[in-house]
Design a binder for this molecule. Structure first.
Ligand SMILES: [Cu+2]
Length: 122
């Protein structure tokens, strides 16, 4: 009896250590994932949206440049590529900072005619 208990004791001990180790790992995982979640809500990550806005009135590269330099200045606009041959401006923007209506208005303010875009989320 004594021999058996002596033999099983270290085994039981190491099992408990292993159990405790996994419990600590589990708690760490839960705590760290909770931390990530709350950080995301605080930071409010950008909602990157890509829109292809039809633009009429562009006739050359200078027109493209005109629209691009005006629209890129807007807060929330990451990228804009105007194309006079396709009569289109492709805009990557943060939809939590600037709306599609504001983008269309920004292009219209340059003297060209922007109309309802086709949205595709990246
Ligand atoms: Cu032009």
């Amino acid at each position: 009896m004594i021999m058996i208990s002596n033999r099983s004791c270290p085994l039981l001990y190491s099992r408990n250590i292993l159990l405790a180790f996994f419990m600590v790992l589990f708690i760490f995982f839960v705590v760290s994932s909770c931390g990530d979640g709350s950080q995301k809500t605080i930071k409010s990550e950008p909602i990157i949206t890509e829109a292809s806005i039809p633009v009429q009135g562009m006739t050359c590269g200078s027109c493209e440049h005109h629209i691009e330099t005006e629209v890129i200045r807007k807060d929330g606009v990451f990228e804009i590529k105007a194309d006079h041959e396709k009569a289109m401006a492709v805009v990557k923007y943060d939809s939590s900072k600037i709306s599609l209506d504001e983008l269309v208005a920004a292009i219209n303010a340059t003297g060209y005619k922007a109309s309802l875009p086709v949205i595709s989320n990246q």
